[in-house]
Design a protein. Structure first.
Length: 317
């Protein structure tokens, strides 16, 4: 298994900006370094995409969101994107251009909820924030300042954000709504129990880093097995929305995507898991360096649009 074109350079640049042991630094320094990746890999907001911040309200709480409206819409559907970062690092700004590109390429109004982060606010704070924001958006879409079809919502995310996309989908099922038309997942992490005592290293994702994130998110060790933390351990998979999964051949989380795919298939749920050859964790940032990443990202965005339109996960490959 070798790197795809441009990925070795990408890995080197990431490791220069964020040393592999960055998770041992103070939390604020971790967050500063992670935000710095936006300067190492600068991307513009695509022309025609209007970006604005808004606030939605759920259960008496104000929840900040960022709204991305493409210049040309493919339909009235909505994508909701939950950012990755191990529940510890990241912000609306670290994923700003990724979400803006998703809006432009899919033609969907896209919303990125902000949420509380660990270790200051461990499980289930981030999850409840994301569920609350989604619920508020669907019940009071006028707060976004744009017309949307609340029956055509696709919940998306990368890494830990993809974990929340899956678990919020389960919460929607278990709590009686909102109804989702699809899931768009990038390298989901769906079993934290295997990282409680470290684990194998992979490019840009070490076992020590995953152990650290697990301890930050799960204030009590037994929470790592909660179905809303580790669906593969104790979750149920019936009545979930169709899913498109972009996973990476050289990512230690690839097995999570494969197992989730099998669970969905056994429950009769349409799913497509595309294992992108030669790619690593967090490779979407390398879309300007690697034609393989660019192609994978284009497929993902097209699949999200198709899910919103038809509830089907198959994008042209």
């Amino acid at each position: 298994m070798g790197y795809a074109e441009g990925i070795e350079t990408f890995v080197d640049l990431c490791n220069e900006a964020m040393p592999p042991d960055f998770y041992t630094y103070p939390v604020e320094e971790q967050r500063r370094l992670y935000l710095g990746l936006t300067k190492v890999f600068p991307y513009p907001v695509p022309d025609g995409v209007a970006v604005r911040d808004a606030v939605v309200r759920h259960d008496g709480r104000d929840l900040p969101v960022r709204v991305y409206e493409p210049g040309t819409r493919s339909g009235a559907g909505l994508a909701v994107y939950l950012r990755g970062g191990g529940f510890v690092v990241g912000s609306l700004d670290t994923h700003n251009t990724v979400v803006a590109e998703l809006a432009a390429r899919s033609g969907l109004v896209t919303v990125a909820p902000d949420f509380r982060m660990s270790p200051e606010h461990p499980f289930p704070a981030a999850l409840e924030d994301c569920f609350g924001a989604l619920s508020a958006i669907v019940t009071r879409p006028a707060a976004l300042g744009v017309e949307i079809d609340t029956d055509a919502v696709v919940l998306c995310g990368d890494s830990s954000g993809a974990n929340m996309a899956v678990t919020v989908s389960m919460m929607c099922r278990d709590r009686g709504g909102p109804t989702l038309r699809g899931q768009g997942l990038i390298s989901p992490v769906l079993d934290f129990t295997r990282w409680r005592h470290g684990g194998a290293d992979a490019p840009l994702l070490t076992g020590g880093e995953m152990e650290y994130y697990t301890k930050c998110y799960c204030a009590e060790p037994e929470q790592a097995a909660d179905p809303y933390v580790s669906p593969l351990v104790s979750g149920s998979f019936h009545d979930l929305p169709p899913a498109y999964i972009m996973s990476a051949e050289l990512d230690s989380l690839r097995v999570d995507a494969e197992q989730y795919t099998e669970h969905l298939r056994r429950n009769g749920i349409a799913v497509r898991n595309v294992v992108e050859p030669g790619l690593v964790h967090a490779a979407v940032r390398a879309r300007a360096l690697s034609p393989q990443v660019e192609d994978a990202w284009a497929r993902f965005c097209a699949a999200v649009a198709l899910l919103a339109e038809q509830g089907e996960p198959d994008a042209a490959r």
